[in-house]
Design a protein around this ligand. Structure first.
Ligand code: PGA
Length: 248
């Protein structure tokens, strides 16, 4: 049985005080549940949040990680730096990074690799735009996004990684994929991995992101190949985030 996982992606929101309050409220509201839970906080809040989550079930993640180990890369944060703050996860290849900051399949693969080298579990985001979906390019896009990582690090690296399927057209738009639309792509991803390594495919957590809310989480999480969620907007409110988590 795969363990489920719900991850909050706060993006560039909140203040130091609101971030700490949010984490305290999440911890206080956690009911016993075997599923994993994490929040990906803005870099500067990681040290403070790291202290608050110590000895709790709530894990910490970053929203990105540099594609190089160290050096003259102004503004970047390395995996080694993140690992000093007990970061269990790092999101790589979020569509906002790909769209607004020029992350390419190749640089995302390098970020994935950097995270793993420092023992951080990469959460690899993949997904198609509306245009690509309408032109029947969903699966070929996913192939390209996965292949870039597989070609660099090998399929075995997915033994310690999470994949987030995030249709770009559903992120922050209020338009959630239907349970069946999401399941279709999750199943496709799992089969794609299985063609190269069945054991990894059976084990890897593939989570859904894109306007997931308390109202639609249960249906999505009930699908066979959906192992949880990467939650943006709804993770900024402790009650909503907990409702999503508890609906697994
Ligand atoms: P959303 O964001 O839940 O606000 O759509 C999801 C994400 O971008 O990870």
């Amino acid at each position: 049985m795969r363990q489920s996982l719900v991850v909050g992606n706060w993006k560039m929101n909140g203040t130091r005080a609101s971030a700490e309050l949010l984490v305290k409220d999440i911890i206080a509201g956690l009911e016993s549940n075997n599923s994993g839970i994490a929040v990906c906080a803005p870099y500067v809040y990681l040290p403070g949040i790291g202290e608050l989550v110590k000895n709790t079930r709530l894990a910490l993640g970053a929203q990105n990680v540099a594609d190089k180990p160290s050096g003259a890369f102004t503004g970047e944060i390395s995996a080694a730096m993140l690992s000093e703050f007990d970061c269990k996860y790092a999101i790589v290849g979020h569509s906002e990074r790909r769209t607004y900051y020029g992350d390419t399949n190749e640089s995302v693969a390098a970020r994935f690799c950097q995270a793993q080298e420092k023992g951080i579990i990469p959460i690899l985001c993949v997904g198609e735009t509306l245009e690509q979906r309408e032109e029947d390019q969903t699966f070929s896009m996913i192939n390209e996004q996965l292949d870039a990582v597989i070609n660099l690090t090998g399929i075995a690296s997915f033994d310690n990684a999470v994949i987030a399927y995030e249709p770009v057209w559903a992120i922050g738009t209020g338009k959630t994929a239907t349970d069946e639309q999401a399941q279709e792509v999750h199943q496709y991803i799992r089969k794609y991995i299985a063609a190269q390594d069945q054991a990894i495919a059976d084990k890897i957590q593939i989570i859904y992101g894109g306007s997931a809310k308390p109202e639609n989480a249960k249906g999505l999480f009930a699908m066979l190949d959906i192992d949880g969620g990467l939650i943006g907007g709804a993770s900024l409110d402790a009650e909503s985030f907990l409702k999503i988590y508890h609906s697994i």
